[in-house]
Every structure is written in C-alpha cells, then in structure tokens.
Design a protein around this ligand. Structure first.
Ligand SMILES: C[S@@+](CC[C@H](N)C(=O)[O-])C[C@H]1O[C@@H](n2cnc3c(N)ncnc32)[C@H](O)[C@@H]1O
Length: 222
C-alpha cells in the first residue's frame, strides 16, 4: 500500500524517473518504499550508518511485503554501494557538509554514479561545489517548502559545468528561477530585521551583500 510523503520527500520522489536508486541515509525508509510502491524505481538500495535507523526501514519494507524490491544495507555514505550499481543516488535530510563529503569520498575511491538527487538541510553551496568537482552537471536546482522550512533540491547527471560564485551560493539557475527573487527578498528582510535589532555579524553583512548582488543580476536578466 503506498504511503503518504510530506512535501519535501514527495518533491524528491517526483525527480526519480525510473531505474534503480540508492537512498543514502534512508532512516525511516519511507522514500525507498514509496519509490518501489509507486513504480517510480525498479529497485532501491536503502542504506544508513545507524542500525537503529535501518531497523525502521526494514520494518516498513517487511510490513508491506516489499523486501524483494528494497535491499537494506548498513554503512557510511556510499561505501555499501558499488561503483555504477544504481542509476540514481539520492541523499536527503543530511547537512550539505556531510553530503558533499560523501560524494567527494566516493569519487576519490574511484566510484562513479550516473546521477544524483540531493536535498541538503544546510549548505547547498557545498553540495553544488562537490558536484562540479566530481564531473556532475546540475540540471535541476530549486527549493521546496516543508513545515515552514525551505530545503534545497538539486539534481545532476554526468557532465561538465562551470558555475559562478553566485550560482554556487544561490542556485545553478539563479537567473531564470522565478522563485529565487521571492526567497532572496524574504531572507534579506529577515537579515535586515536581525541587524535592526542589534545583531552584528560580518557573516550576516556578507550574506546580505551577496543577496543584493544576486537580486540585481536577476532583475537585469529580465
Ligand atoms: C534526518 S535523517 C534523513 C532521513 C531521510 N533521508 C529523509 O530525508 O527524510 C538522516 C539519516 O542519515 C543517517 N546518516 C547520517 N550520516 C550518515 C552517513 N555518513 N552515511 C549514511 N547515513 C548517514 C542518519 O543515521 C539518519 O538516519
């Protein structure tokens, strides 16, 4: 029986267009099970570094009789997956620093994957940089709102790409992403509110400057 996913996981699932998938850091296993239950994926290898997390995925898969289609494996990052073993690697719900480290480590070990779907909780810029450095080209770069929080959603496939610093920071399709200006104005307002209430931070000031420059570039393109 298909399960309901929240907006974030549903948006991730919608980017899967068939084939085999590795869901790294699967935790509850909802995405892995949903993908096979709805025929979005032919099979899923669901992994996690924590046996306790993995048990939740195992229970969900067993309860629904999907054990033939979801292979559950314990391990750190992409270590339980062979090079090229799946068509798509999904990593969601982890920090951008962890995700970028997982991608870079696998590449340094000689592993190659055709495509990635990534949704970092933080630091999407680190994820974009890591993808570029392992020869992946971003072909989807947006954000999804779930329970009042925005999550980056990035998909890539093999290819070369050179992004500007602003595109790395705010998104590969910064200039054509109609929602970017709305998100940027909102963040700018938030930062200005903090600064007005006396919060002093070089990091915030730098972020505000970058947002303003990106907004200017966006507007000049339209
Ligand atoms: C917040 S959950 C995200 C679950 C699911 N992917 C989602 O997006 O809803 C993060 C999961 O990643 C796992 N994890 C953290 N670091 C990991 C790593 N290096 N390799 C594999 N799994 C990891 C954690 O054990 C946890 O189950």
């Amino acid at each position: 029986m298909p399960i309901r996913l929240d907006e974030r996981l549903y948006a991730i699932a919608s980017l899967v267009k068939g084939g085999s998938v590795a869901d790294i850091g699967c935790d509850h296993g909802k995405l892995a099970y949903y993908l096979v239950a709805t025929d979005r994926a032919s099979k899923v290898i669901a992994t996690d570094i924590s046996e306790r997390s993995l048990q939740k995925a195992r229970d969900l898969v067993l309860e629904n009789g999907a054990e033939e289609l979801v292979d559950i494996r314990l391990g750190d990052g992409l270590s339980p997956i062979e090079s090229g073993e799946v068509d798509v690697v999904v990593i969601a719900g982890l920090g951008g620093d962890v995700i970028s480290d997982i991608i870079s480590r696998a590449h340094a070990e000689g592993k190659r994957f055709a495509s990635y779907i990534l949704s970092p909780n933080t630091h999407p810029e680190k994820v974009r940089r890591a993808l570029m450095s392992v020869g992946q080209k971003i072909n989807f770069d947006s954000a999804v709102e779930c329970a009042g929080k925005l999550y980056a959603l990035i998909a890539s496939s093999e290819g070369e790409q050179s992004l500007s610093e602003l595109e790395i920071e705010f998104g590969a399709f910064l200039k054509s992403d109609a929602d970017f200006a709305v998100r940027a104005e909102k963040e700018l307002k938030y930062i200005e509110g903090l600064r007005a209430s006396g919060v002093v931070s070089d990091k915030l000031a730098k972020r505000a400057e970058m947002l303003k420059t990106a907004l200017k570039e966006c507007k000049s393109e339209r």
